[in-house]
Ligand binder design. Structure first.
Ligand code: C2E
Ligand code: CA
Ligand code: CA
Length: 663
């Protein structure tokens, strides 16, 4: 290596006592060194030092730092101070090195190093100097006017501009002012703040301490920063998840409870009232069961959005889980506020939802508990709103009920009823009554609908609307359904033997239709009773036909093979989808009593349905005929069969037989 030109160029520097050397960043070699530097580097000669490959065991972070320095030198007249530890001859020597840019003879950017050997160092501080260079903690020393005096490599890699002040680095000027205020007061501050970095905005935990610059002795600020963005993110996420429902994004139960606890004190002061509104979707389980959970979820998201839109922005809408929602409303006169929005809430749920190419209708049962009237703490209010919701459901769903004292007793009696229901099977307390189905023109009894009753020792005759839902929720429905069908089959056979050819219709619940036991149960009953399956019919409702086409089709095929008839019950109350009549082997259509009794304003729809059914050669039965006027309308429509109190109520077997004998 020819060192002559360099010798001449740098000769004067040999006079310095402080070590000075030039570093070739690209080659990772010392380019030139003065005598003092040769000592520090523990080199026998300049040629020997220049021959050392310093890149050989250079850590990647040091290599990155060098590259960074090089580009900094090229872009501006800058210099940095670093604490270095060199190990000439295996003994640590600590230096403060001032680094600046320096063009080599061939024009490439090199680095000019001026070292200042420090007094004998404690191993502790040696380590801390090393740590300073290699740590991920960003350390900056700011001067009196906020200008950066020193940045460690981590800090340099993080800033957008090397000359950026602390004020420029902190995103929120108020946060910076607060930090300065604390510093002015105590000389020390630690805060988690949003800062600008080359990678965008990050969260840093900043520790700042007032000190004096070791070089100039002037006031300075030592700032260390740790990136806590990841922690912040998971923290924020965890907090969000803890307070929100993942599916709908609405606040969840604990959110609303916390919020209520918070506002309660203020409510009392302001003399305001509040309400907890408990909303439960009716028959949501049917949607889930027939269309699948994905469709159920979509429905919930839709309903959540609509509920949110139905109330004021200041009201809190939460999802409790499942198909339950809760709204916290605050107003000076809460009752009139509830009355103002009740229709909007009902509609938010009742408007059809389009799912899988179908229109789905659900309704809601809503319970309301008022603060402070129905409870002064959130637990009590929630329980009472729940009870009120329950009573809305019991009252036939799609309704809103306010909490009343005594509602808890009703639930208790329901729980008692549930326990008694299990015993009712063994005690043979179920009876099947028969309501005649007659020819509209002649009044001749053509068949009957089997309707189950529970003869309760204390309560008397309990109606199916009370205990069928209980049977469904407890899984007893399969047993009950099998019992009713078998009883009806025996009755059909008995009446046939007595010379009465009557067609008996038996109701099926949704849960039975999906049970794998249904077919075996039916077959067994037919076999044991010797009934004529052509004179037996099963009644299902439209809502049971949603979804699951293939499995239902094969079930209906099996029913056809058994020669059992199929009737569509309560037609006109739900979707009134005539397509079902084509898709499924249905032979009888039962027009719901709301049409017959003129309760539904849309009688034109009823007339259309009847006309279609007749075109399709379906048997049509008018349900709930109570008056001669209704019968006249039924006849005018050309409806063939009637069922209703005008002819007879559901009757016990003996009374039914008396009626048969009388005609
Ligand atoms: P549904 O299938 O619609 O049965 C007709 C209901 O209308 C019966 O009530 C009947 O008493 C009533 N009804 C008949 N004629 C008139 C009338 O002229 N006016 C009025 N207002 N009502 C009339 P019931 O017996 O209380 O049955 C209620 C519901 O319970 C039935 O409605 C049916 O869905 C269910 N149900 C009854 N028995 C069974 C059963 O064995 N299994 C299943 N799964 N459900 C049953
Ligand atoms: Ca029925
Ligand atoms: Ca019906």
């Amino acid at each position: 290596m020819d060192l002559q030109p360099r010798e001449q160029r740098y000769a004067a520097l040999n006079l310095l006592h402080q070590p000075v050397w030039v570093f070739d960043i690209d080659l990772r070699r010392v380019h030139w060194a003065n005598t003092a530097a040769l000592q520090v580097w523990n080199a026998g000669s300049l040629a020997e030092l220049c021959a050392r490959d310093l890149g050989a065991d250079m850590s990647p972070s040091v290599a990155r730092r060098l590259a960074q320095y090089q580009s900094d030198f090229i872009s501006g007249d800058v210099s940095f101070n670093e604490q270095w530890t060199l190990y000439p001859g295996g003994k640590p020597v600590s230096l403060t090195v001032r680094l600046s840019g320096h063009r080599l003879e061939d024009g490439r950017m090199g680095m000019f190093n001026e070292g200042r050997v420090q007094a004998a160092e404690q191993p502790e501080s040696l380590r801390s100097v090393e740590a300073l260079l290699h740590t991920a903690v960003m350390i900056t020393l700011y001067g009196e006017h906020g200008q950066p005096l020193y940045r460690n490599p981590a800090a340099r890699a993080s800033v957008r501009r090397l000359d950026e002040t602390l004020a420029e680095r902190i995103v929120d000027p108020r946060a910076h002012a607060a930090l300065q205020a604390t510093l002015a007061e105590t000389g020390l501050a630690t805060q988690t703040l949003a800062v600008h970095t080359v990678e965008g905005q990050h969260w840093h935990e900043i520790s700042a301490r007032r000190c004096s610059d070791a070089v100039t002795g002037q006031a300075a600020l030592l700032v260390s920063e740790v990136d806590v963005s990841a922690i912040k993110r998971t923290e924020a996420q965890a907090q969000y998840m803890a307070l929100h429902d993942a599916l709908t994004g609405l606040p969840n139960r604990s959110h609303i409870m916390q919020r209520f606890e918070m506002v309660m004190g203020r409510l009392r002061e302001a003399g305001h009232e509040a309400a907890l509104v408990f909303i439960d979707l009716d028959r949501f389980k049917d949607v889930n069961d027939t269309l699948g959970h994905g469709a159920g979820d979509t429905l919930l998201v839709e309903v959540a959005q609509r509920l949110r839109g139905a109330v004021r922005a200041s009201d809190l809408v939460a999802r409790l889980g499942g198909d339950e929602f809760l709204i916290l409303m605050v107003a000076p006169d809460i009752r009139s506020e509830i009355e103002r929005v009740r229709l909007r809430l009902m509609r938010a749920v009742a408007e059809p939802v389009h799912l899988l190419g179908r229109e789905i209708h659900v309704t809601a049962s809503i319970g309301v508990a008022l603060f402070p009237h129905d409870g002064s703490d959130v637990q009590t209010l929630l329980r009472n709103a729940d009870l009120a919701m329950y009573s809305a459901k019991e009252g036939g769903r799609n309704a809103l009920a306010y909490y009343r004292a005594g509602m808890a007793d009703a639930v208790e009696s329901r729980t008692a009823l549930e326990a008694e229901l299990r015993l009712a099977f063994d005690l043979r307390q179920f009876e099947v009554h028969y309501q005649p189905i007659v020819e509209a023109t002649t009044g001749r009894i053509q068949g009957a609908e089997a309707l189950v009753r529970w003869r309760h020792p204390q309560r008397g005759l309990v109606a199916p609307d009370v205990f069928i839902p209980l049977c469904e929720s407890t899984g007893l429905i399969r047993r009950l359904g099998a019992l009713v069908f078998e009883t009806a089959a025996h009755q059909q056979a008995a009446w046939a033997r007595a010379g009465h050819g009557l067609r008996i219709s038996v109701n099926l619940s949704a849960r039975q239709l999906r049970s794998a036991e249904l077919l075996p149960d039916l077959k067994q009953a037919l076999k044991r009773s010797g009934a004529d399956p052509r004179q037996l019919q099963l009644e299902i409702t439209e809502s049971m036909l949603l979804g699951q086409d293939d499995s239902l089709l094969s079930l209906f095929q099996a029913l056809q093979d058994l020669h059992l008839g199929l009737a569509l019950d309560d037609f006109g109350t739900g979707y009134s989808n005539l397509a079902y009549l084509q898709r499924f082997p249905i032979d009888t259509l039962k027009i719901d009593k709301t049409f017959i009794q003129g309760l539904d304003t849309n009688r034109a729809l009823a007339e259309l349905i009847v006309a279609m059914a007749q075109l399709m050669r379906l048997r049509v039965v008018a349900e709930g005929v109570e008056t001669p006027e209704q019968l006249a309308w039924v006849r005018a429509q050309g409806i063939e069969f009637c069922q209703g109190y005008l002819f007879a109520r559901p009757l016990p077997v003996a009374e039914f037989e008396a009626l048969l004998a009388a005609r």
